[in-house]
Design a protein around this ligand. Structure first.
Ligand SMILES: NC(=O)c1ccc[n+]([C@@H]2O[C@H](COP(=O)([O-])OP(=O)(O)OC[C@H]3O[C@@H](n4cnc5c(N)ncnc54)[C@H](OP(=O)(O)O)[C@@H]3O)[C@@H](O)[C@H]2O)c1
Length: 290
């Protein structure tokens, strides 16, 4: 099917904002960017009317309840936004016979693996946020056979709140910091993920069959401590960083100790090479400085 109009939700989030920045590079598509005011994911019953009035040829849902710790308390809202709303958006897109692209997380996995998680590895979330995202995946896959789920991890961008910006601020404010060194994952630059997402849209538009679950994260793996060390190096800061174990940082939501995603499937199906996370971080840092 031909894709002309692309509806993007979560326009003010890291990924949604990166898509707004890329839009002019894709003049063949008309983008409709929806923020919380235009499309509130806590009100799924309103989707059908709103989406029908926009009449998109494809939906990219970047909006999500992403406050991992708060989700342990605001359970109903987190579940509505991450699960029920995603299922409903998939249902509405199925009725329109259009593809539905949505995003999920490495936190759907349990964290006991010793090699990278494949898209078809069974999910086993250890926190409520992960539970809601896993439920959203299933609802979307059940409601629209043309659903594409892209799981990602440790997202950063020059826009919004993320580990990179928090670390840069704290490393300037404090002489020393303790950083968790026993959780392993793959940092992801939202801009690179946005480019890969647009590649999906281009391939769908060209008639390729892309559906089901994919993993996208920047190349390489590290710990939060390793990530912080690299941020310190790039920004030439002097803050003393100490690697500590997770038990020194009690949080309401448990985190998986290991959440490295295997990205081979998306690299093959999209014919892309994913940039190394260190290079992506450098690019993001230059954007922040500018
Ligand atoms: N951030 C990560 O480290 C990470 C890791 C793994 C997976 N992911 C997944 O990747 C995707 C993109 O994440 P991101 O990093 O871009 O997230 P983000 O920066 O936290 O942005 C999320 C966006 O969702 C919007 N949103 C929240 N509740 C909403 C509601 N009720 N109605 C409408 N919009 C609402 C927020 O709106 P406001 O701007 O108005 O608050 C925000 O713009 C999400 O599916 C997320 O679960 C993220």
């Amino acid at each position: 099917m031909q894709i002309k109009k692309v509806l993007v939700t979560g326009a003010n989030g890291q990924l949604g904002w990166e898509l707004t920045q890329l839009a002019s590079l894709y003049p063949n598509f008309e983008f409709v960017f929806a923020d919380r005011q235009k499309l509130d994911l806590s009100q799924p019953e309103q989707f059908e009317k709103i989406i029908n009035s926009i009449a998109p040829d494809c939906i990219i849902n970047t909006a999500a309840y992403t406050a991992v710790d708060k989700a342990e308390v605001e359970k109903e809202l987190a579940n509505t936004v991450n699960a029920l709303a995603v299922g409903e958006m998939a249902r509405v897109s199925d009725k329109l016979n259009i593809p539905f692209i949505t995003f999920s997380t490495d936190y759907v996995f349990g964290g006991n693996a010793t090699s990278a998680y494949l898209p078809n590895t069974l999910v086993e979330p250890v926190n409520f946020y992960g539970e809601t995202k896993a439920a959203g995946e299933q609802l979307a896959l059940d409601a629209n056979k043309a659903t594409i789920i892209i799981r990602t991890s440790w997202v950063f961008s020059s826009h919004g709140n993320n580990f990179v910006k928090t670390m840069l601020r704290l490393m300037k404010e404090k002489e020393s910091l303790n950083i968790v060194g026993d959780q392993k994952g793959r940092p992801t630059y939202a801009r690179d993920l946005a480019i890969a997402t647009m590649k999906v849209v281009e391939l769908l538009n060209a008639g390729h069959s892309i559906k089901g679950i994919y993993h996208y994260a920047n190349n390489g793996e590290t710990t939060w401590f390793g990530f912080a060390e690299q941020i310190k190096k790039i920004a030439e800061l002097n803050c003393i960083l100490t690697s500590v174990t997770t038990d020194k940082f009690p949080t309401p939501a448990k985190r998986p100790a290991y959440s490295v995603l295997d990205t081979q499937k998306i690299e093959n199906d999209l014919s892309i090479q994913i940039p190394k996370w260190e290079d992506a971080l450098l690019e993001c840092y230059h954007k922040l400085k500018a």
